[in-house]
Design a protein around this ligand. Structure first.
Ligand code: ATP
Ligand code: MG
Length: 449
């Protein structure tokens, strides 16, 4: 193994990091003393020096679920470093040595420009000659493999054990259970674990586990990644990807240009679920999660009828985001999810539930009689003076009282409001989430003074 040192860095940063460049010839470790001064071009030149035969124009890193993210600019490099620092901190908090930052060069066939920025690269002899290093390297690369592809396999085989989870803090409490931020020690990653108490027979437990199997197959950037579920005594724990921005219900009024990008993700997520013949059944702001990378993902969709039924026996009430046909107990289908999209986005745009006579105190479950106005009255309309025509039309279409008059899945994706914001600009959401989190932290700090 070669060790590569990047020498163009100053000593201003409090601590350095190790970047592991994964090449077909092996791993190259680069120690970077001042990551904040590192720029995309310098790193690219360093990569080209260790892969002179290839044209490298970009590289990738793996996120917490093993998906590859491409880096092509200084901005994307910054996002990668900030993701890596978070992971490093989590590992330290849990008493672990941080893994190096692994990057995977994306190589073409023709030779590239070499070291135009004059970056000095010192290659060192292969430390594998030294037995101690060799053992450590093997262990390190094993653990790294575990934290990506192998981990995904372990997790998706349902091998997360209760004793390997460190619970860190409570993220929230819903109508069925409590969600915790947790750390999976073996997988070295942060999880969200939803714990639901259920007094049911072992037979029913088995049925729920088999109904949840479809979650392993869900693979969409707009759907929360499911890792595993297990029963301990009379509680089921469902482990999923953690989203550091939390759910949309805790954000105040969301500006339309941000909401537009969020709507694109939600509609994409639902279209994906519908393509698998899964109805979400619980579309509402608290089941739309965001992160500081600007991703928006749906969670808590009802794939297990047994699980939904078992929870419903304990928590009685009707969900305020349900379509009129569901409130009045009629048959329903995809169009009921479309209504819930409409009412959710109306609430997020206004910063209040669109039926003022319905006071939601805790959660979204209400006595049926209180929701009768949703069945009886004309649906509310967004004020045209405050919102764009396209947005108002989108909401109005989704909230048609007659299910068949609401847009069908394809029409939803083709709505002019969705088309307008379907530009792949995750930065808008990312910046908005970061700003809101900062504001929240500042307010909390003030409250503590
Ligand atoms: P319901 O039980 O009706 O779905 P709810 O969605 O408010 O209501 P939970 O699903 O139990 O309740 O979630 C509670 C809270 O935990 C959410 O509002 C959200 O803030 C947080 N949460 C849930 N899943 C995650 C996750 N994967 N990452 C980060 N936060 C999460
Ligand atoms: Mg939820």
């Amino acid at each position: 193994m070669l060790i590569l040192y990047l020498n163009n860095v100053s000593i201003m940063d409090p601590e350095g990091i190790v970047i592991r460049i994964k090449t077909p010839a092996g791993d190259m470790d680069s120690s970077v003393d001042s990551p904040s001064l590192l720029n995309f071009n310098d790193l690219l030149v360093a990569i080209r020096d260790v892969m002179p035969e290839a044209t490298v124009t970009a590289f990738e890193y793996e996120d917490e679920v093993g998906d590859r993210i491409t880096v092509r600019s200084d901005e994307e490099l910054k996002a990668m470093l900030s993701y890596y620092f978070n992971t490093m901190n989590e590992q330290r908090m849990n008493g672990l040595m941080p893994d190096p930052l692994q990057i995977f060069p994306r190589a073409g066939k023709t030779p590239g420009i070499r070291n135009i920025h004059g970056l000095k690269v010192n290659t060192r002899p292969n430390p594998a000659n030294d037995c101690t290093h060799a053992v450590q390297d093997t262990m390190a690369s094993n653990s790294l493999k575990k934290s990506s592809a192998e981990l995904k396999r372990i997790l998706t085989n349902g091998q997360i054990n209760a004793q390997d989870i460190h619970y860190q803090e409570q993220l929230g409490h819903g109508n069925g259970g409590t969600v915790y931020k947790a750390y999976h020690i073996i997988g070295k990653r942060v999880l969200a674990v939803k714990v639901i108490p259920l007094d049911i027979t072992v037979e029913l437990q088995k049925q729920i586990m088999s109904e949840l199997e479809i979650l392993y197959k869900c693979d969409s950037p707009y759907i929360i990644t499911f890792f595993s579920a297990f029963f301990v005594e009379n509680r089921i724990s469902i482990c999923t990807e953690f989203m550091d921005g939390g759910s949309l219900d805790v954000y105040k009024r969301i500006p339309e240009h941000v909401l537009g990008r969020i709507a694109v993700a939600v509609v994409n997520g639902l279209t994906y679920l519908w393509s698998l013949k899964i109805l979400h059944r619980d579309v509402k702001p608290s089941n739309m999660l965001v992160n500081t990378r600007g991703q928006v993902k749906l969670c808590d969709f009802g794939v297990s009828t047994q699980l939904v039924n078992s929870i419903a026996k304990t928590y009685v009430g009707t969900n305020a985001y349900m379509a009129p046909e569901r409130i009045s107990g009629e048959q329903y289908g995809i169009h009921a999810d479309v209504w819930s999209v409409g009412i959710s986005f109306m609430e997020l745009a206004l910063g209040m539930f669109p039926y003022p006579q319905i006071q939601k105190n805790q959660g979204s479950l209400m006595p049926l009689q209180l929701l009768q106005c949703i069945v009886d009255e004309d649906p509310p309309v967004l004020p045209v003076s405050q919102f764009s025509e396209k947005f108002v039309h989108f909401i109005t279409q989704c909230m048609r009282r007659q299910p068949k008059e609401r847009p069908a899945p394809n029409n939803l994706m083709d709505h002019s409001f969705i088309i307008q914001y379907n530009d792949g600009n995750a930065e808008v959401v990312s910046m908005w989430v970061c700003r809101c989190l900062e504001e929240r932290r500042a307010q909390e700090a003030q409250g503590r003074v």
